[in-house]
Design a protein around this ligand. Sequence first.
Ligand SMILES: *Cc1c(COP(=O)(O)O)cnc(C)c1O
Length: 421
Amino acid sequence: MIPSNPRDTHPLRPTTRILTEGFDPSLSVGSARPAVFRSSTYVFSSPEAAEHAFDVAAGRASVRQGETVDLIYSRFNHPNAEILESQIVNLETEATAALAFNSGMAAIMTSLLGFLRPGQSLIYTIPIYGGTQHFIQNFLAKWGIAGIPVHAGRGDLLDASIRSTENLGAVLIETPANPTLVMTDIRRACSAVAARTRSAAGERPLVMVDNTLLGPAFQHPLALGADLTLYSGTKYLSGFSDMLAGIVLGREPHLIERIRPLRGLFGNILQPDECWMLSGRLPTVRLRMNRASKNAQRIAERLEHHPGVKRVLYPSLLEDAAQRRIYEQQCDFPGAMFSLELEGGKAAAFDFLRRLHIARNAVSLGGVESLACHPKTTTHSGFTEQEFAEAGITDGLVRVSVGIEHWRDLLDDFEQALRER
Ligand SMILES: *Cc1c(COP(=O)(O)O)cnc(C)c1O
């Protein structure tokens, strides 16, 4: 018998679902692609519907299956955020719910504040994004939440601190680490959390993964047991270095619902125009990431043997056996970021950046255009000498975010920039 609905036997794949699900043209006067709804407030269908919408928003009533609740006010929710969120869950393996924020930092901060309480601890891998580190060390600490850093790649230390930390509220993993591309084993961290005895209320710490560098195309934390994935949508998701955005995705909707009221209070929801822009970029995330990753791999593997290059830090070139194993089990492809450690220290790194014609000297990553920067004096300049040494961020290290230009042109450009003058 031929099944009436092909999905009964073959669930659609993410690249199809991103174009077919999460947007209903009949709610946008039939337009084939989403419209922009630039309104700060919404007209209620009746006073009773308004009362019910407020009851739902305040948690006094729950939404019945299939019911649509009137929109209230755009700081809480608006159609373009709803469209974006219901589309993006299709890209993240095992995600059921999402929230859009006006930056990656807004997504990270609001998620941490949604779950952590004074007196609790937060374990986090280092090196971690500079803003995240600053928030944990200089802000959360003042609110009575202790940050416990653990070096990326030290699964033994991560296990031990997950086992022994009292009042552990959450574990925040950023993998691979930036700019060293050191890997943390997500599944192993989730097992360590699951092995802890639960609190009297039956709660366990949450595992959150900043998946900005390899997701959603090449790394799937929710399928490995993580509770939430966090994104700077500014990077690969939007992909053109022309907007800021942040996304949180969860396997269980109730976790996302714990964060939503804080977003409404803080007012850090992504605005309608930006939601619409990001929605339009989602169908090409995998195309862009695939091309950029193939480019980066070809270039990294060739530069590895260049006499001006001491070391290339890149997932497919990992030498440490444990690191290789994590990469092979956890990542589908190596991604589009690599770091070059140049012979000749800071002067060589600066000369290299000055001589590049195609890649531009800028921070950020994940755009269709290639960017390069010197982490020690820019993105990571707040580190102490000890932190530099522990993270492996040297004077000669240059970080490259490879774009979708032709890889041979990029390789030629890197090679001419490496040439002795
Ligand atoms: C850029 C970035 C962030 C912060 O995102 P914004 O959109 O700049 O707020 C967080 N984590 C990682 C890994 C990033 O690369």
